[in-house]
Design a protein around this ligand. Structure first.
Ligand code: SF4
Length: 138
């Protein structure tokens, strides 16, 4: 059986980013085509629309640039994407860097100034806790 890898859907070319765009990477698109990778967008799975306001983690919450609390949607989306991860049997994930959901080791600091802080995205935290190997992709 082919080993499955979870990938951030925006890296696979889906237009699921907050701005309605993607971060397509041809190597990841090829992995999906070969049946090796499963694209997920936890933000969309949490019920957030596309396009949407950018959001960043602020302490225990996730807030949009206009102050809307989207912590529930982020939590729900991470849970749903984690369920897909478990069902697929994936033991690895390639995730979009810096994102408040998919970031690995470094995410925006909540000031909406482009400043980074050392932390993981909400989905990434769930994967790491379950022992899934996560790698950031720019
Ligand atoms: Fe990409 Fe993840 Fe953000 Fe979805 S939640 S747009 S997959 S970085």
């Amino acid at each position: 059986m082919t080993k499955k890898v979870i990938v951030s859907a925006c890296l696979a070319g889906l237009n699921c980013r907050y701005d309605g765009d993607n971060k397509r990477r041809e190597d990841i698109v090829e992995m999906v085509k070969r049946g090796e990778a499963i694209p997920v967008c936890p933000e969309q799975l949490g019920g957030l629309s596309t396009p949407r306001e950018p959001a960043e983690a602020v302490e225990e919450k996730v807030l949009t640039i206009n102050g809307r609390d989207v912590t529930f949607e982020y939590s729900r989306g991470a849970d749903e994407a984690f369920l897909i991860t478990q069902m697929s049997g994936a033991t690895e994930a390639l995730l979009k860097s810096k994102s408040p959901m998919c970031g690995v080791g470094s995410v925006y600091d909540g000031s909406f100034t482009g400043t980074m802080k050392n932390d993981d995205g909400i989905f990434t935290k769930l994967l790491k806790k379950a022992g899934i190997k996560v790698t950031p992709v720019d």
